[in-house]
Design a protein around this ligand. Structure first.
Ligand code: GCB
Length: 607
């Protein structure tokens, strides 16, 4: 009897409780430019392996406590253990290393708003993969997607003392998720990026874009156009955009929908580039709201087989990076983590990085802006996506709109890459075309690409004359492909026989190449896993790429060894993909210096 009752409550909750409150898309942006306070630190947690935490008479988000000695409450956050936020649970507790499922996190706090009459939001930089968000016992919604931010308004629920924020986070893998069931990276679960309380006025600046106009590039006076979108219900007639250093004050007329467009010009504007990563403090003012951002101005376009940055051909001396700090064995989440990764890239001579295979933390994008490292940003449309499923397509569009919303004012980001190693076919082509046109409609100022492969790679029928003619590349600005000659196919010297035909008159990026080596293992160049083999393979690959017409960028796979359950060869991989040019302890392998020398040469060539 009791079991029947439990099951009927479960069914009712699943039908009516969980699915009604999806909140995607419109999170508060630029949180560091607004009044905010961190909620990082120790959070209490309860494991929920069978994902029943939302059902029954006392769901976990209620934070119930026994009030009398006869009361029955079968959980307690008060007596629970803690995990550090941000951080993946797998990296913090040995017993959670392989855990995939749900964990409920609770943070209690007091909060006195810093301004009168504010609206209060709670912002989560990312939680992997699906998050049920509740505040002071009320469920406010669900966010899906492990790498993009979300926020919920809590103004009416906030108290001066004893607030409790409870997030239920599940990193379960499912066929209709993005990514889907199998990835070559670790499925770090939990609240992996910063959590913050953010205060804004009743009517606030929700979104803004500033774009340097290409037509003004070669004129003395450079022109920037942009727009501002307000949120709230009492819009001022005017807003303002100021750049003190340039003496710019632009007025923005706000329409009934809270939107306004503006333009300004400047004779003194210095263009952003890797050699001169100049950022300006931009202040936006609308009614009671005022925020600042640091923004660089540059243009990017293609012409035939060239990529032009500020009108000049550029060679993208890149490297692929995962958003992981190998020393802490955790997702990267801080500016220090970003400095570690981009520091190595810079030392290698990079002016470009591919942030693979999903949106990385915002800190690394902002740091790239400061350091002058161009970026390729990417969505996890990776192996095994359910292309025929319209719901998955909707999710992809949402994840992209979140990424573009977060990073569209970053000068560093020049390429949106919409997928990695996907097999051509009607359903895939349709899906990716849809995503591509959505991304273009969100942002027409950046270049589009995806990491494709040569024809016939899936059934090994490629022969010696390689062709890259993936039909999806038709809709891109850049043809990019991953190529593992010398590692997954043939020995390194087979690179010498390979010829490539690229079917498009577009710039080409080799978005991956490489192979594994154990740092400190030395042998002859025929011995797999030795640094010498990897070094030799890099030499042969670079010589092969030099012969391909239109190659204007490389992002070898990968900057640092990274955690992955796919790689279990004992004493060699032990749960790590060893293709790093740097080991997980930070030691550089021999191939690192091959890239460094190659990039030195390329830098000279493109001076
Ligand atoms: C690839 C994938 C990347 C893998 C890499 C490898 O083609 O895009 O995610 O980690 O190969 O190491 O095999």
């Amino acid at each position: 009897m009791r079991i029947t009752k439990f099951i009927s409550v479960l069914v009712i909750c699943l039908l009516f409780g969980a699915g009604n409150l999806f909140a995607q898309g419109n999170f508060i942006t630029n949180v560091n430019g607004r009044t905010h306070q961190s909620l990082n630190g120790k959070w209490k947690y309860i494991l929920d392996q069978y994902e029943t935490g939302q059902i029954g008479f006392s769901p976990l988000y209620k934070n119930s406590k026994a009030k009398s000695k006869s009361d029955r409450v079968e959980y307690s956050f008060d007596n629970a253990q803690t995990l550090w936020v941000p951080g993946s649970w797998n990296s913090q507790k040995e017993e959670l290393y392989y855990y995939e499922g749900s964990v409920w996190f609770r943070k209690t706090f007091d909060y006195q708003p810093k301004h009168k009459n504010s609206r209060i939001f709670i912002y989560v930089g990312a939680a992997n993969y699906k998050t049920t968000f509740s505040f002071n016992g009320k469920k406010l919604g669900v966010h899906e997607g492990g790498f993009t931010p979300f926020s919920f308004e809590v103004t009416d629920l906030l108290k001066k003392q004893d607030n409790f924020l409870i997030l239920g986070v599940s990193n379960r893998r499912e066929k209709d998720y993005i990514p889907a069931m199998v990835t070559d990276w670790y499925n770090h679960g939990g609240i992996t990026r910063d959590v913050k309380i953010v205060e804004v006025p009743q009517t606030y600046i929700d979104d803004y874009t500033l774009v340097l106009q290409k037509e003004s590039l070669n004129r003395k006076t450079r022109v920037v156009k942009g727009s501002v979108q307000l949120a709230g219900n009492d819009y001022p007639d005017k807003a303002k955009v100021e750049i003190k250093e340039l003496g710019v004050v632009a007025e923005v007329s706000i329409n009934k929908e809270g939107r306004g467009e503006f333009a300004f010009s400047s004779k003194k504007m210095s263009l952003w580039s890797p050699e001169n990563p100049k950022l300006y403090d931009v202040k936006l003012i609308a009614g009671d709201d005022e925020l600042t951002d640091r923004i660089g101005f540059r243009t990017v376009e293609t012409e035939g087989k060239e990529i032009l940055l500020n009108g000049k051909p550029v060679f993208l001396r890149g490297v692929s990076i995962h958003d992981e700090n190998p020393v802490r064995r955790d997702r990267a989440h801080s500016m220090d983590d970003a400095k570690l990764l981009l520091g190595w890239a810079k030392e290698m001579g990079c002016n470009f990085a591919r942030l693979a295979h999903y949106p990385h933390q915002e800190n690394i994008v902002r740091l790239a802006d400061e350091m002058g490292i161009l970026l390729w940003e990417e969505l996890p449309l990776y192996w095994g996506i359910d292309w025929k499923n319209e719901e998955v397509l909707k999710k992809a569009k949402v994840q992209y709109s979140e990424l573009v919303r977060r990073d569209k004012n970053r000068a560093a980001t020049i390429i949106w890459s919409i997928a990695n190693e996907t097999v051509p076919g009607e359903a895939r082509n349709h899906f990716l075309r849809e995503v591509a046109s959505q991304v273009r409609s969100l942002d027409s100022t950046r270049l589009l690409s995806a990491a494709c492969k040569k024809d016939g790679w899936e059934d090994g029928l490629a022969g010696d004359n390689y062709k890259v003619s993936d039909p999806i590349a038709e809709v891109f600005d850049i043809v990019s492909f991953n190529e593992y000659q010398g590692w997954y196919g043939g020995s390194p010297e087979t690179c010498r026989n390979k010829r490539f035909t690229i079917e498009y008159n577009k710039p080409v990026i080799i978005s991956e190449f490489g192979g594994g080596a154990i740092e400190g293992f030395h042998a002859d160049k025929e011995t797999r896993w030795s640094e010498e083999y990897q070094e030799y393979m890099y030499q042969e690959n670079l010589a092969m790429f030099d012969k391909i017409e239109g190659v204007v960028g490389l992002t070898p796979w990968i900057l640092v060894d990274f955690m992955t359950p796919l790689r279990q060869l004992p004493n060699v991989q032990d749960g790590w993909n060893r293709k790093g040019l740097v080991s997980e302890s930070g030691a550089k392998k021999k191939a690192f210096y091959i890239m460094q020398n190659y990039y030195k040469k390329k830098k000279e060539e493109y001076k």
